[in-house]
Structure formats: structure tokens, C-alpha cells
Design a protein around this ligand. Structure first.
Ligand code: B1M
Length: 210
């Protein structure tokens, strides 16, 4: 098995120390940072995403795999910067104002990173202005909002309305998710996309940023 195949397998298995060591070995062997990212770490997370979608993996396995991927990323990130490898796109993520639930949001953010996107995670209880300021500051193509409460999901609409009132709605795509959120709600508030789980959120973003 090649080093990159082994790295990919260890992401899937969620073996963080092995991922860290194999990432270093792969770079030492002369492989490019981009190859280690795409054919090792991202390849592994792609399999994890598929397994999650097919109910072969559950939340704990995905979190463990994401932690392994992050261990590899710790070694790889400086090399990616050195090599000038650009992320596939930049997303602002956060849980909306008034809402402190972050397990699903973190899962989505980690899977996005695993798919090669740069994620600026604003955490929880994020007000509309903060989402918008971060999108502008980081030139993000996407704002991703999560909500777990029927009371706070309405704050997603506020972000979209604020984007509209500032005349910048066209500059960014807005995607939403969280247990009480539905496609109907997304349509109602004028979001660009909705997804029911972390793996489909990646497909959604890929469709916006081919
Ligand atoms: Co809260 N809570 N909680 N809670 N909590 C729920 C959501 C609730 C349904 C429980 C219940 O009553 N049955 C209920 C909401 C009812 C409603 O609004 N209709 C509820 C309540 C009422 C509350 C409090 C008000 C309780 C109280 O204090 N009286 C309070 C509110 C605090 C606040 O936010 N202001 C509260 C507090 C908490 C804890 C702090 C104790 C804890 C949160 C810890 C944390 O997140 N760090 C907590 C938890 C854990 C839950 C439950 C049990 C689990 C939520 C979770 O993490 N699910 C939840 C009941 C339940 O859902 N069974 C509940 C796992 C997670 C992986 O799923 O977040 O749905 P989820 O994410 C999925 C998808 O939705 C999607 O992808 C993820 C992975 O597939 N997704 C996205 C999520 N975000 C996305 C964004 C995207 C795309 C997809 O694009 C941007």
C-alpha cells in the first residue's frame, strides 16, 4: 500500500497519531503538499462523508475521523502555505444568534475542511452583522448558518435581510442547516441552499464552487 493510501485509510479509521506521522513521512518522501492533501487527507474524508451519508458511520466515527484529519492538517498546513496551494473556497460558519448548539455546526465545519475548503468558524450566538462582516473581511464565497431551536432559526432570515438591505446579497451564497430547518424554510427566507447533514452540505458547496 502506498503512503497516501495508508494515510487515507488511517483518516477513515480515525487514527490521529498515525495520520500525523504518515503526513510527515509523505512530505519527507518528496510528495507535494497538494498530493498529500488531495490523495491522502481529503480522499479519506470523502469516504467518511459517503459512509455517513449511507448510515454506515455515525456522528462519533465522523468526529474521530475529523480529528485524525486535523492531526495531519497540523503538519501539512505550513507546507500548503509555503507551496501557495489555494483552498477550494472560503466559508464563514456559525450558529445563529441566541443559539448555543454547536455539535452539528462543528461537524459540518470539519467535513468542509476535510473536503479542502477553508472555514472561518465564528462559533455560537453569531449575530447577522458578524456573519456579514466576516464574509467581507475574508472574501468568503459562502455563509453557512446552523440553528437547533425553532426560536433561533428565524435569525437566519435576519442575516439574509441585512445582506439585502446593504445591497450585497449577490456577493455571497447563503446555506443553512440544523435539526428544525427544512428546504421549505430555506426557500421561504431566500437562502441559496439547505442540507440535512454534513456530507450533503459539502455537495451543496461544491455545486456553488465547482
Ligand atoms: Co438543546 N435542544 N437546548 N442542548 N439539544 C434540542 C435542539 C431540542 C430539540 C431538545 C428537545 O427538547 N427535544 C430542543 C429544541 C426544541 C425546539 O426548538 N423545538 C432543545 C432545547 C429546548 C434547548 C434549551 C432551550 C434547553 C433549556 O435550557 N431549557 C437550551 C438552549 C440553549 C441555547 O442554545 N440558547 C439547550 C441546550 C443544550 C445543551 C447546551 C445542553 C446541549 C448543546 C451542547 C452543544 O451543542 N455544545 C444541547 C443538546 C446536545 C441538544 C440535543 C440533545 C442534541 C443536539 C445535537 O448536537 N445533535 C437536541 C435534541 C436532539 O436533536 N435530539 C437538543 C447532534 C448533531 C450532530 O445534529 O445539530 O442536527 P445537528 O446537526 C446535523 C444536521 O442538522 C446538519 O448536519 C449535522 C450533522 O449531520 N446541520 C447542518 C447542522 N447545522 C448545519 C449547517 C449546514 C448544513 C447542515 O449548513 C450551514
Amino acid at each position: 500500500m502506498s503512503l497516501l493510501q495508508e494515510l487515507c485509510e488511517n483518516v477513515i479509521a480515525g487514527n490521529a497519531p498515525k495520520c500525523e506521522a504518515l503526513t510527515a513521512d509523505a512530505l519527507d518522501s518528496g510528495l507535494s503538499a497538494a498530493d498529500v492533501l488531495n490523495d491522502g487527507l481529503v480522499a479519506g474524508m470523502n469516504v467518511v462523508g459517503e459512509k455517513f451519508k449511507n448510515n454506515e458511520f455515525y456522528v462519533p466515527e465522523v468526529l474521530i475521523a475529523a480529528r485524525a484529519m486535523k492531526a495531519g492538517m497540523k503538519v501539512l498546513r505550513p507546507k500548503l502555505v509555503e507551496a501557495g496551494v489555494e483552498p477550494k473556497g472560503r466559508l464563514i460558519m456559525g450558529t445563529v444568534k441566541g443559539d448555543l448548539h454547536d455539535i452539528g455546526k462543528n461537524l459540518v465545519a470539519m467535513m468542509m475542511e476535510g473536503a479542502g475548503f477553508e472555514v472561518i468558524d465564528l462559533g455560537v450566538d453569531v449575530a447577522p452583522d458578524k456573519f456579514i462582516a466576516a464574509a467581507q473581511e475574508h472574501h468568503a464565497q459562502i455563509i453557512g448558518m446552523s440553528a437547533l431551536l425553532t426560536t433561533t432559526m428565524l435569525n437566519m432570515k435576519d442575516t439574509i435581510e441585512t445582506l439585502k438591505s446593504q445591497g450585497i446579497r449577490d456577493t455571497v451564497k447563503v446555506i443553512i442547516g440544523g435539526a428544525p430547518v427544512t428546504q421549505n424554510f430555506a426557500d421561504e427566507i431566500g437562502a441559496d441552499g439547505y442540507s440535512a447533514d454534513a456530507a450533503s452540505a459539502i455537495d451543496l458547496v461544491k455545486a456553488f464552487l465547482p
